[in-house]
Design a protein around this ligand. Structure first.
Ligand SMILES: [Fe+2]
Length: 237
Protein backbone atom coordinates (compact mmCIF):
# COMPACT_ATOMS: atom_id res chain seq x y z
CA UNK A 1 0.00 0.00 0.00
CA UNK A 2 2.91 2.33 0.62
CA UNK A 3 6.33 2.07 -0.95
CA UNK A 4 8.14 2.15 2.38
CA UNK A 5 6.71 -1.06 3.80
CA UNK A 6 8.35 -4.43 3.19
CA UNK A 7 5.01 -5.86 2.12
CA UNK A 8 1.80 -4.85 0.39
CA UNK A 9 -1.77 -5.99 0.82
CA UNK A 10 -4.07 -6.27 -2.20
CA UNK A 11 -7.82 -6.82 -2.02
CA UNK A 12 -10.21 -8.46 -4.45
CA UNK A 13 -13.94 -8.30 -3.96
CA UNK A 14 -15.39 -11.57 -5.24
CA UNK A 15 -18.58 -13.62 -5.16
CA UNK A 16 -22.23 -12.97 -4.41
CA UNK A 17 -21.60 -12.10 -0.75
CA UNK A 18 -19.14 -9.28 -1.37
CA UNK A 19 -16.22 -11.23 0.12
CA UNK A 20 -12.82 -9.62 0.31
CA UNK A 21 -9.96 -11.93 -0.59
CA UNK A 22 -6.51 -10.59 0.28
CA UNK A 23 -3.08 -11.17 -1.17
CA UNK A 24 -0.18 -10.35 1.16
CA UNK A 25 2.98 -9.81 -0.85
CA UNK A 26 6.40 -9.98 0.85
CA UNK A 27 8.57 -7.75 -1.30
CA UNK A 28 11.94 -9.20 -0.26
CA UNK A 29 11.17 -12.74 -1.39
CA UNK A 30 8.15 -12.24 -3.67
CA UNK A 31 6.34 -14.81 -1.59
CA UNK A 32 2.62 -14.28 -1.15
CA UNK A 33 -0.17 -15.51 1.10
CA UNK A 34 -3.79 -15.64 0.05
CA UNK A 35 -6.21 -14.91 2.86
CA UNK A 36 -9.55 -16.77 2.50
CA UNK A 37 -9.32 -18.04 -1.10
CA UNK A 38 -12.85 -18.24 -2.50
CA UNK A 39 -15.23 -17.75 -5.40
CA UNK A 40 -12.98 -16.91 -8.34
CA UNK A 41 -9.58 -18.57 -8.09
CA UNK A 42 -8.50 -17.62 -11.65
CA UNK A 43 -8.97 -13.99 -10.69
CA UNK A 44 -6.88 -14.46 -7.54
CA UNK A 45 -4.13 -16.26 -9.46
CA UNK A 46 -4.17 -13.58 -12.14
CA UNK A 47 -3.52 -10.96 -9.49
CA UNK A 48 -0.64 -13.04 -8.12
CA UNK A 49 0.81 -13.43 -11.62
CA UNK A 50 0.50 -9.71 -12.28
CA UNK A 51 2.40 -8.99 -9.06
CA UNK A 52 5.03 -11.60 -9.95
CA UNK A 53 4.64 -13.49 -6.69
CA UNK A 54 4.83 -17.12 -5.66
CA UNK A 55 1.87 -18.29 -3.59
CA UNK A 56 3.41 -20.15 -0.65
CA UNK A 57 0.75 -19.80 2.03
CA UNK A 58 -3.00 -19.77 2.53
CA UNK A 59 -4.34 -18.13 5.68
CA UNK A 60 -7.89 -18.72 6.86
CA UNK A 61 -9.79 -16.27 9.04
CA UNK A 62 -12.39 -18.99 9.63
CA UNK A 63 -13.96 -22.01 7.97
CA UNK A 64 -17.27 -20.72 6.57
CA UNK A 65 -17.92 -21.77 3.00
CA UNK A 66 -17.77 -18.29 1.53
CA UNK A 67 -14.17 -17.90 2.78
CA UNK A 68 -12.76 -21.28 1.81
CA UNK A 69 -14.44 -22.55 -1.36
CA UNK A 70 -11.33 -21.87 -3.46
CA UNK A 71 -8.77 -23.70 -1.30
CA UNK A 72 -8.63 -26.91 -3.31
CA UNK A 73 -8.36 -25.10 -6.62
CA UNK A 74 -5.42 -23.08 -5.33
CA UNK A 75 -3.74 -26.19 -3.95
CA UNK A 76 -4.11 -27.96 -7.29
CA UNK A 77 -1.90 -25.30 -8.84
CA UNK A 78 0.37 -24.16 -6.01
CA UNK A 79 2.23 -25.98 -3.28
CA UNK A 80 0.98 -23.71 -0.54
CA UNK A 81 0.88 -24.28 3.21
CA UNK A 82 -2.55 -23.87 4.81
CA UNK A 83 -2.77 -22.06 8.15
CA UNK A 84 -5.63 -21.79 10.60
CA UNK A 85 -6.21 -21.82 14.32
CA UNK A 86 -6.41 -25.17 16.06
CA UNK A 87 -9.73 -24.12 17.59
CA UNK A 88 -11.18 -23.57 14.12
CA UNK A 89 -9.91 -26.87 12.78
CA UNK A 90 -11.73 -28.67 15.58
CA UNK A 91 -14.93 -26.76 14.84
CA UNK A 92 -14.64 -27.26 11.08
CA UNK A 93 -13.88 -30.97 11.32
CA UNK A 94 -13.06 -31.13 7.62
CA UNK A 95 -10.46 -33.33 6.10
CA UNK A 96 -7.36 -31.22 5.48
CA UNK A 97 -3.97 -32.16 4.14
CA UNK A 98 -1.47 -31.30 6.83
CA UNK A 99 -2.47 -27.78 7.72
CA UNK A 100 -0.35 -25.78 10.15
CA UNK A 101 -2.52 -25.27 13.23
CA UNK A 102 -1.88 -22.14 15.27
CA UNK A 103 -2.67 -20.66 18.62
CA UNK A 104 -3.32 -16.99 19.25
CA UNK A 105 -0.02 -15.07 19.41
CA UNK A 106 1.78 -17.24 16.89
CA UNK A 107 3.77 -15.51 14.16
CA UNK A 108 3.82 -16.77 10.58
CA UNK A 109 6.95 -15.70 8.74
CA UNK A 110 6.02 -14.84 5.18
CA UNK A 111 9.53 -14.29 3.87
CA UNK A 112 10.62 -11.18 5.79
CA UNK A 113 7.07 -10.16 6.68
CA UNK A 114 5.88 -11.35 10.09
CA UNK A 115 2.16 -12.09 10.27
CA UNK A 116 0.86 -12.28 13.82
CA UNK A 117 -2.15 -14.51 14.42
CA UNK A 118 -4.82 -13.26 16.83
CA UNK A 119 -7.47 -15.59 18.22
CA UNK A 120 -10.72 -13.64 17.98
CA UNK A 121 -13.65 -15.97 18.81
CA UNK A 122 -17.28 -14.93 18.55
CA UNK A 123 -18.29 -15.46 14.94
CA UNK A 124 -16.80 -18.96 15.11
CA UNK A 125 -14.81 -20.62 17.93
CA UNK A 126 -11.50 -20.34 16.09
CA UNK A 127 -11.87 -17.12 14.14
CA UNK A 128 -8.54 -15.43 13.49
CA UNK A 129 -7.37 -11.95 12.62
CA UNK A 130 -4.00 -11.41 10.98
CA UNK A 131 -1.82 -8.50 12.11
CA UNK A 132 0.73 -7.34 9.56
CA UNK A 133 2.60 -4.12 10.32
CA UNK A 134 -0.16 -1.64 11.14
CA UNK A 135 -2.79 -3.64 9.24
CA UNK A 136 -5.35 -6.07 10.60
CA UNK A 137 -7.20 -8.51 8.35
CA UNK A 138 -10.34 -9.16 10.35
CA UNK A 139 -12.42 -11.75 8.46
CA UNK A 140 -15.96 -11.85 9.84
CA UNK A 141 -14.94 -10.64 13.29
CA UNK A 142 -14.92 -6.91 12.61
CA UNK A 143 -16.48 -5.22 9.60
CA UNK A 144 -16.27 -1.53 8.81
CA UNK A 145 -19.07 -0.21 11.08
CA UNK A 146 -20.29 -3.76 11.74
CA UNK A 147 -19.32 -7.18 13.11
CA UNK A 148 -19.92 -10.80 12.23
CA UNK A 149 -23.15 -12.51 13.24
CA UNK A 150 -23.05 -14.72 16.30
CA UNK A 151 -26.20 -16.80 15.81
CA UNK A 152 -24.75 -19.48 13.52
CA UNK A 153 -23.28 -22.77 14.76
CA UNK A 154 -20.23 -22.03 16.88
CA UNK A 155 -21.12 -18.37 17.30
CA UNK A 156 -21.01 -16.80 20.75
CA UNK A 157 -21.98 -13.14 21.26
CA UNK A 158 -20.38 -12.92 24.72
CA UNK A 159 -17.09 -14.03 23.22
CA UNK A 160 -17.52 -11.48 20.44
CA UNK A 161 -18.04 -8.75 23.04
CA UNK A 162 -14.77 -9.69 24.74
CA UNK A 163 -12.94 -10.04 21.43
CA UNK A 164 -13.93 -6.55 20.26
CA UNK A 165 -13.08 -4.98 23.62
CA UNK A 166 -9.67 -6.64 23.66
CA UNK A 167 -9.03 -5.45 20.13
CA UNK A 168 -9.87 -1.86 21.04
CA UNK A 169 -7.69 -1.97 24.17
CA UNK A 170 -4.66 -3.77 22.82
CA UNK A 171 -4.14 -2.55 19.26
CA UNK A 172 -2.99 0.91 18.19
CA UNK A 173 -5.78 3.24 17.11
CA UNK A 174 -4.21 3.83 13.71
CA UNK A 175 -4.38 0.10 12.85
CA UNK A 176 -5.94 -0.24 9.39
CA UNK A 177 -8.91 -2.62 9.34
CA UNK A 178 -9.35 -4.90 6.30
CA UNK A 179 -12.67 -6.77 6.71
CA UNK A 180 -13.90 -10.02 5.22
CA UNK A 181 -16.87 -8.47 3.43
CA UNK A 182 -17.56 -5.19 1.71
CA UNK A 183 -20.62 -4.28 3.78
CA UNK A 184 -19.90 -0.61 4.39
CA UNK A 185 -19.68 2.70 2.63
CA UNK A 186 -15.95 2.14 2.22
CA UNK A 187 -13.67 -0.89 2.10
CA UNK A 188 -11.17 -0.05 4.87
CA UNK A 189 -11.10 1.95 8.07
CA UNK A 190 -8.98 2.52 11.17
CA UNK A 191 -9.50 1.07 14.61
CA UNK A 192 -9.98 4.61 16.02
CA UNK A 193 -12.75 5.23 13.51
CA UNK A 194 -14.40 1.95 14.48
CA UNK A 195 -14.18 2.67 18.20
CA UNK A 196 -15.96 5.97 17.48
CA UNK A 197 -18.52 4.90 14.90
CA UNK A 198 -18.98 1.14 15.04
CA UNK A 199 -22.02 0.47 17.24
CA UNK A 200 -20.65 -2.92 18.26
CA UNK A 201 -17.70 -1.19 19.92
CA UNK A 202 -19.88 1.11 22.02
CA UNK A 203 -21.25 -1.26 24.66
CA UNK A 204 -19.92 -1.42 28.22
CA UNK A 205 -21.74 -4.56 29.31
CA UNK A 206 -21.98 -7.94 27.63
CA UNK A 207 -25.73 -8.02 28.30
CA UNK A 208 -26.44 -4.96 26.18
CA UNK A 209 -24.05 -6.10 23.46
CA UNK A 210 -25.75 -9.51 23.29
CA UNK A 211 -29.19 -7.89 23.14
CA UNK A 212 -28.06 -5.64 20.29
CA UNK A 213 -26.20 -8.32 18.34
CA UNK A 214 -28.77 -11.10 18.68
CA UNK A 215 -32.09 -9.27 18.73
CA UNK A 216 -31.88 -5.70 17.51
CA UNK A 217 -29.24 -5.10 14.86
CA UNK A 218 -30.34 -7.15 11.88
CA UNK A 219 -33.91 -5.90 12.07
CA UNK A 220 -32.98 -2.24 12.18
CA UNK A 221 -29.79 -1.70 10.24
CA UNK A 222 -28.88 -2.58 6.69
CA UNK A 223 -25.75 -2.39 4.60
CA UNK A 224 -23.97 -0.41 3.39
CA UNK A 225 -23.16 0.37 7.00
CA UNK A 226 -22.19 3.86 8.07
CA UNK A 227 -21.09 5.28 11.42
CA UNK A 228 -23.45 5.39 14.41
CA UNK A 229 -23.07 7.98 17.16
CA UNK A 230 -22.25 6.61 20.58
CA UNK A 231 -25.45 6.31 22.62
CA UNK A 232 -27.66 6.07 19.51
CA UNK A 233 -27.22 2.36 18.82
CA UNK A 234 -30.82 1.48 19.51
CA UNK A 235 -32.50 4.57 18.10
CA UNK A 236 -34.61 3.74 15.08
CA UNK A 237 -33.34 6.05 12.39
FE1 LIG B 1 -18.39 -16.22 8.28
Amino acid sequence: MTGTQPFSIHALELGPMENFIYLIHDHATDRAAIVDPAWDVPEILALAAKRGVRITDILLTHSHHDHINGIEEVLQRHDAQLHLLKAEAGFWGSYLDLPTLHHGGDVIELGETPVRVLHTPGHTPGSACYHIGDNLITGDTLFVFGCGRCDLAGGDPEQMYTTLRDMAERLPGDTVIHPGHNYAEKPVSTLDEQVDGNPFMHFDTPERFVQYRMHYHDRHRHSPYGPVCRGHEMNDA
